[in-house]
Write a protein that binds this ligand. Structure first.
Ligand code: FES
Length: 147
């Protein structure tokens, strides 16, 4: 992380901040709050302001992903077609307890407003592999094949 911060120039434009945050997240998987504090000192912008900008965009995560990252479409079309209390059952199956990442770090979950294939919903993605028309039973089978 320190090398990444050292590589940044000291004076940046506001519009560059988003790309710095995106690059950091791409490299480390999430936005570490220590990174925000160090970045604040490096570019002389208050940490609260950086956090405010980052938290405005739902693309940024502030916790690490699990080994298996699961995206669930939360769009209206998928929501209407979802049966079996799929989302709440997924939370139970993955032992997430209303958190984004399981305590053992195996699973993390993210909700996507629409994955762009509404007719094929409900849609989930596991480690960026997409599954369509997912039922609770399908989900259990998908998860059982993960280590
Ligand atoms: S609402 Fe799920 S893909 Fe559009």
């Amino acid at each position: 992380m320190q090398n990444y911060i050292d590589s940044l120039k000291e004076h940046i434009e506001k519009r560059e901040l988003l790309s710095i945050l995106q690059n950091f997240q791409n490299k480390f998987g999430y936005i570490d709050l220590n990174f925000i504090e160090q970045l604040s000192k490096r570019i002389n912008v208050p940490a609260g302001k950086i956090y405010g900008i980052a938290s405005f965009y739902n693309q940024f995560r502030f916790k690490p992903k699990g080994r298996h990252h699961i995206k669930i479409c939360s769009g209206a079309a998928c929501h209407i077609k979802t049966k079996d209390n799929l989302t709440s059952e997924i939370y139970k199956i993955l032992n997430l307890k209303n958190k984004e990442t399981s305590s053992d770090g195996k699973f993390s979950i993210e909700f996507i407003p629409c994955m762009g294939a509404c007719a094929l919903g409900p849609i989930i993605a596991v480690n960026d592999r997409y599954f369509m028309n997912v039922s609770l039973n399908d989900f259990k089978i998908i998860i059982s094949n993960l280590d």
